[in-house]
Design a protein around this ligand. Structure first.
Ligand code: IPM
Ligand code: MG
Length: 399
């Protein structure tokens, strides 16, 4: 029995190695980046997702369509709604992303995606792979870029979370060797680490940041985290104006809570799972995960989304329309910057800061004691259109 089990496991491991070595060769062939100034139309796919997804995605779409009204009218930007990325449809087809949905996504340049339910072992849905994880791998969206801002406290963090490797890459390909022995696989590659670390240093350089923090547990997880840290050291040599430091994930998690220390962190780069956890913690300080957006960037494709889940309970309790759309609208601001509307994206971000962190004329409580997502979206738009936006923002931050 155990000889057979070991043979079966070895075979499984062998096929994983073959797949991953082939993947490494694919990563090395870097495609040409898209120059959005030359593309017409830029096609923005809208994926509602499930749970509260369709509700907050609709609010975000309304905001973006209003801001891009001229570009839409001139044919420069086109929105395209893609149906079918729901847990019901994914479960019916037993696919992380149904084939027809994936084909449509690939016809867009960028997508804005609502949260999608992620099944787990023993849960109500078949235990198919997370569609987020599948999409990140399928479209090679290797950089999960997550800003967290608390301007009043001088906090302006930019997380570069690796998005295609680590425990996530083979998260649905672990093996029950025997009924008593379960093994998952963690992988870190040289080109996969190099490209995310370079992306973080490039961001720092473009934005006048002076330090990059590299987070691992390389003292214990010696081979994979050891590689990540070693590559960080090599990449850093090419950026003499930027200092860098390695931190371990445990103390990093603690220091993010230290009011005296935390504002010194600027750009933080880290493997996938550490990034998943640390960014939820960081977002909580900004006002909750419901306020945090993210960009999943590859070279050819990009997908923008909230950092949180689909909150199905809010739907069963009839509260979907009270879900906070700020996370999706922040993701929308990142989308605007990505396709060439940097100033508009920055203004939208400032409006979100003002409405959510300072002025709070309307608040989101997740229930009928607060505003609906639709009304809150309008509040953000009105704020953005105030000619005094910039001075209002300065005033609030200084107060
Ligand atoms: C996130 C989410 C996802 C992740 C889940 C939904 C698979 O938590 O985007 O951070 O773990 O990456
Ligand atoms: Mg997460």
């Amino acid at each position: 029995m155990s000889v057979e089990a070991i043979e079966r496991a070895k075979e499984h491991f062998g096929s994983i190695l073959e797949e991953q070595l082939a993947r490494i060769e694919r990563i090395k062939k870097v495609p040409e980046p898209i120059d959005y100034t030359k593309v017409k139309p830029v096609v923005v796919g809208m994926l509602g997702g499930d749970g509260i997804g369709p509700s907050i995605a609709a609010s975000a779409q309304k905001v973006l369509e209003s801001l891009l009204a001229d570009e839409i009218a001139s044919g420069k930007v086109r929105f395209r709604v893609i149906e079918g990325l729901t847990i019901e449809n994914r479960a019916a087809q037993m696919k992380a992303i149904p084939d027809d949905v994936l084909a449509e996504i690939k016809e867009c340049h960028v997508t804005l995606k609502g949260p999608t339910t992620t099944p787990e072992k023993g849960g109500p849905w078949p235990n198919i792979e997370s569609c987020n994880v599948a999409m990140r791998k399928e479209l090679d969206l290797f950089a999960n870029v997550r800003p967290v801002r608390i301007p009043k406290e001088g906090i302006d963090w930019m997380f570069y979370r690796e998005n295609t490797e680590d425990l996530y890459a083979l998260g649905s390909q672990g093996i029950d060797v025997t009924p008593d022995l379960a093994i998952d696989f963690r992988l870190i590659t040289t080109p996969g680490s190099r490209r995310i670390i370079e992306a973080a240093f490039e961001y720092a350089k473009r934005n006048g940041k002076t330090s990059v923090t590299v987070v691992t547990k390389a003292n214990v997880v010696k081979t994979t985290d050891g590689k990540f840290l070693e590559i960080a050291g090599e990449v850093a040599k090419r950026y003499p104006g930027i200092s860098w430091e390695g931190w371990y994930i445990d103390i990093m998690t603690a220091k993010l809570l230290d009011p005296k220390r935390r504002r010194d962190f600027q750009v933080i780069v880290l493997p996938n799972l550490y990034g998943d956890i640390l960014t939820d913690e960081a977002a909580e300080m900004q006002g909750g995960v419901g306020t945090a957006g993210s960009a999943n960037l590859g070279i050819r494709y990009a997908m923008f989304e909230a950092i949180h889940g689909s909150a199905p309970r809010m739907v069963t309790e009839g509260r979907a329309k009270f879900a906070d759309p700020s996370s999706m609208i922040r993701a929308g601001a990142m989308l605007l910057e990505h396709i060439g509307y940097a100033e508009l994206g920055q203004k939208l971000t400032m409006s979100l800061d003002i409405c959510g962190q300072y002025e709070k004329k309307l608040v989101m409580t997740g229930r009928d004691t607060g505003a609906t997502g639709e009304v809150f979206g309008q509040y953000i738009l009105d704020t953005l259109r105030d000619p005094k936006l910039e001075s209002r923002w300065q005033e609030y931050v200084a107060a």
